[in-house]
Design a binder for this molecule. Sequence first.
Ligand SMILES: NC(=O)C1=CN([C@@H]2O[C@H](COP(=O)(O)OP(=O)(O)OC[C@H]3O[C@@H](n4cnc5c(N)ncnc54)[C@H](O)[C@@H]3O)[C@@H](O)[C@H]2O)C=CC1
Ligand SMILES: O=C(O)C(=O)CO
Length: 416
Amino acid sequence: MAKSISIEVWNPSGKYRVVSTKPMPGTRWIRLLTDQDCRVEICTEKKTILSVEDILALIGDKCDGVIGQLTEDWGEVLFSALRRAGGTAFSNMAVGYNNVNVNAANKYGIAVGNTPGVLTETTAELAASLSLAAARRIVEADQFMRAGLYDGWLPHLFVGNLLKGQTLGVIGAGRIGSAYARMMIEGFKMNLIYYDLYQATRLEKFVTAYGQFLKANDEQPVTWKRAATMEDVLREGDVISLHPVLDKTTYHLINKERLSIMKKEAVLVNASRGPVIDETALVEHLRKNPMFRVGLDVFEDEPFMKPGLAEQKNAVVVPHIASASKWTREGMTTIAALNVLGKIKGYPVWTDPNRIEIFLDENFQPPPASPSIVNAKELGKKDSSGFVPEASAGANIKRKSPRFTFFNAVKGAFLV
Ligand SMILES: NC(=O)C1=CN([C@@H]2O[C@H](COP(=O)(O)OP(=O)(O)OC[C@H]3O[C@@H](n4cnc5c(N)ncnc54)[C@H](O)[C@@H]3O)[C@@H](O)[C@H]2O)C=CC1
Ligand SMILES: O=C(O)C(=O)CO
């Protein structure tokens, strides 16, 4: 007998059954689905992480699409069940999709969506916050105050690291890594060294232009360098932040050997995925090097920390909140819902997942497209051109009526 699981239902008479494995922020995503004939079922179980069995029960015998979470194991079992239930669409409410076996989804013809772009700045801001908190020992100092230990200013009290003029290392200079680098360079006038499989041309141009600006104002210019190896970044960086995807090439990218080549007083930040760092090796390194500090948003065995990490004063730890701003979380739900809706309705895929602002503007009816499907090519889906006019969020588009603006905004977007 199927396991019983508590749900909340919207638009019970809707033709397409879309399941969300969690209640999600905002209501726009629900409206977007119900307006287009979807019955939306939201799992309201109290437990934080649903098991595969829970999700199988949610999928049931008839399900057109699912919006899932990064904590869930989306592989062969779930995709085959979704297919049997008539489903063709899944979207993670996350940009990272290391919890998804895309090959299994391909096998069953299921589109896999993710939510890029809308969380870039929010995540970069948290990485910047962790960098500052670790460099300036903010959490340690806060605990000291609350414990009533402060009895007057002292020359040595909580001395940390100055960032200005220091070297910023970025590993994985994609959307988030580049946004983080810009914040740290512009904010603290740090010099950049980065490592990525691809050249971060726009980031390089930004640092060059900012360096020229500083020079023109009689200030020390900032510089950039693309490292030939990751080890170069680790050796030279004073603050190093990790922003790659998690895959076979980045698993335990930071291990005992690589930690040992970092500066003794370096700051290491991770707001990508926990397994990018060998956390056991990190705990050992933190113990032996009290001036080495880390800021961690993600953990190898989430939700757990490796033994010993919680006791380390030189670690700032937060519970995977990097994308947790209201605007971003609501935007993620919109993108995830539209990914699923687009596949169910047979809409094309928006080809530029870096330009998805138009889907987020509440003043517009979103274009009939899936904003970001990671296996679009494999599924042989017909792509739209993805062309979005300048100021794609609509700044130059007249807002007379939603219908009018919608057609203007997407004019040309679907000419394949
Ligand atoms: N902590 C959190 O709440 C969040 C975590 N994330 C994580 O951040 C990751 C990055 O997100 P985006 O910047 O949007 O993705 P992106 O795809 O724009 O950037 C990832 C970059 O990593 C690079 N990369 C891949 N393999 C590499 C390797 N072996 N060495 C060095 N660089 C490598 C890629 O070339 C790319 O430039 C996501 O996949 C996700 O896991 C994203 C959002 C929030
Ligand atoms: O989007 C992601 O990949 C996250 O980790 C949560 O925002």
